[in-house]
Design a protein around this ligand. Structure first.
Ligand SMILES: Nc1nc2c(ncn2[C@@H]2O[C@H](COP(=O)(O)OP(=O)(O)OP(=O)(O)O)[C@@H](O)[C@H]2O)c(=O)[nH]1
Length: 529
């Protein structure tokens, strides 16, 4: 297969949703279609198996939430699909934000009864800002839920999207009869037996065909015709270009658990979803079909196997091919590195690969060279742009609870921060360390991992901060800046990259600071421009 065909056939995407909307179930059904797994339940049970060998995963298992982002690849028809799984839990939102730097499109899963939920709003906003093509899957149609039109209104209003349905439910909950596939013009009847449904599509290019009454009954047929007419009038016709530019979002309905409406989604997805897209670096835009390799680290997963204390850095390939044993430039360290055993990920296993293409994710064994956001190239000095850090919502001092293990603690904190588990701030005044997180759960994960992976013990103490404000580097002659630093010294810290941060204790204090020191510029993300 030619290089360009390899690029064209790749679909790298993420599934995002509020917890419990059915992301894991949908992922699993997509894998079943790809023949990547043989039975339903495999994805979940796989997680639990891992939980038994990895302490970190044990936390996930206990809490029943997806803590880690994993990569699942499979072939479907002539396409190579890479799914980047993202944790829905809000305490791990940063992990999801970072994963969104590596996807070319997303599928948004919404629970038909709950509608648009908080976490969906946040994640979709990030995708919208980046013009990532989005496809919406409304799930759990086997249950009573909101009216399909009301739900699409809600999606438009709360998520700021412009939708157009490409499939439409016939009834819902108790009366749910199936799906009309607007994209392919056929009907798929729901019988509760998912295996049968996959084959049982009935072609229906003319919805006015009287056969419809015989299949779904008189009233439902009449209603479906009216609804399709309304759709025709109210919603824009699907336009692939608009979808690719993030201006139009097709909507599908179904039930992931019953494997219903999923094939419709997948078949349309592989046709319309983008192959790997160009990506901006600090010097230029890089196109996937450039011959020279480039890629970046979007995730680091540590110590999956406690016996081997190494980490796996996940690289998204942006351009060229990534080859085993070939030296590549680690731009930040200005160092050439070779990788003898790059991993590719498949549904239930990882394997060493010799060559990978744009859109693929490779896992590189790492002993501490990588940080999230690092760029690898075939020699060119450039760095891909990522997603900036956002202010954490919780702040705590981290203390060493075992004086004999100070070094281990130091190393553990350092590596966990490289992984992006939380943010570290070192106070200017006394060098004490403050950990900032999005949710309280992360403190437990950090404590657990420090103990089980690094043999270090820590305790926490409250630090009275409310928000981290990044401060634009000072102009040395500025007296106002000097005064700001003197008055606020108790609240000033450096982040991991040495940038000055003001850890404000209230909104009021931020406002007062802005009034009193107008030349001191505060930013609420780590990116200034
Ligand atoms: N009735 C019904 N239940 C469903 C459907 N899809 C998923 N569920 C159930 O909803 C629950 C949550 O599904 P998951 O797939 O684990 O949700 P998730 O979004 O991955 O959740 P997180 O991993 O916490 O992000 C499970 O109990 C599923 O069995 C569906 O189509 N119908």
């Amino acid at each position: 297969m030619s290089f360009n065909t390899e690029i064209e056939r790749r679909r790298t995407f993420g599934i995002i949703s509020h917890p419990d909307a059915g992301k894991t179930t949908l992922t699993e059904k997509l894998l079943l279609f790809g023949g990547a797994i043989q039975e339903a339940g495999a994805v979940k049970s796989n997680k639990i198996k891992k939980g038994a060998t990895s302490d970190f995963m044990e936390i996930e298992r206990q809490r029943g939430i997806s803590v880690a982002t994993s990569v699942l690849a499979f072939n479907y028809q002539d396409k190579k699909i890479n799914i980047l799984d993202t944790p829905g839990h809000k305490d791990f939102a940063e992990d999801t934000f970072r994963t969104l730097t590596a996807v070319d499109s997303v599928i948004v899963v919404i629970d038909v009864a709950k509608g648009v939920e908080e976490q969906t709003e946040k994640l979709v906003e990030v995708c919208r800002m980046r013009n990532i093509p989005m496809l919406v899957f409304i799930n759990k149609l086997d249950r009573e839920g909101k009216d399909a039109f009301d739900l699409m209104d809600e999606v438009e209003q709360k998520l700021g999207l412009t939708v157009t349905p490409l499939s439409f439910p016939i009834g819902m909950g108790y009366d749910f009869q199936g799906i009309y596939n607007i994209w392919e013009k056929n009907i798929n009847l729901f019988s509760g037996d998912s295996r049968k449904n996959i084959e049982e599509t009935i072609a229906f290019s003319d919805i006015n065909n009287p056969e419809l009454e015989k299949i779904i009954g008189e009233k439902p047929a009449e209603r479906l015709r009216e609804e399709l007419e309304l759709i025709d009038e109210v919603y824009p016709t699907f336009d692939r270009q608009a979808y690719l530019e993030g201006k139009l979002q097709p909507v599908f309905f179904g039930s992931a658990l019953n494997n219903f409406g999923v094939r419709e989604l997948l078949d349309c997805f592989i046709q319309i979803a983008p192959s790997p897209r160009p990506k901006d670096s600090d010097t230029r835009t890089v196109n996937p079909d450039e011959k020279k390799f480039s890629g970046f680290v979007f995730k680091i997963h540590a110590n999956m196997d406690p016996k081997h204390r190494d980490r796996l850095a996940f690289i998204k390939i942006v351009s060229g091919t990534f080859e085993r044993n070939k030296p590549y430039l680690h731009v930040r360290l200005n160092k050439n590195l070779k990788f003898s055993s790059p991993n590719a990920f498949f549904a239930e296993k990882k394997e060493i690969v010799d060559i990978s293409y744009p859109g693929d994710i490779v896992g590189l064994h790492d002993t501490g060279n990588f940080k999230i956001g690092d760029t690898l190239t075939e020699g060119e000095t450039m760095s891909f742009k990522g997603i900036p850090s956002f202010s954490p919502e919780h702040f705590r001092y981290i203390n060493n609870a075992d004086p004999m293990k100070a070094k281990q603690l130091e190393k553990g904190i350092d590596q966990l921060m490289d992984e992006g588990v939380a943010q570290l701030f070192t106070l200017e005044m006394n060098n004490r360390k403050v950990i900032g997180t999005v949710g309280a759960l992360q403190y437990e994960v950090i404590q657990y991992r420090l103990e089980h992976e690094y043999g270090a013990k820590c305790s926490y103490e409250n630090f009275p901060a409310f928000k981290a404000c990044w401060v634009k580097p000072e102009d040395s002659k500025n007296e106002e800046f000097a005064e700001f630093k003197r008055i606020k010294q108790k609240f000033l810290a450096k982040d991991k990259y040495g940038q000055l941060v003001f850890l404000a204790d209230s909104d009021f204090s931020i406002q007062m600071t802005q009034q009193k020191y107008p030349t001191v510029k505060l930013f609420f993300t780590s990116e200034f421009d």
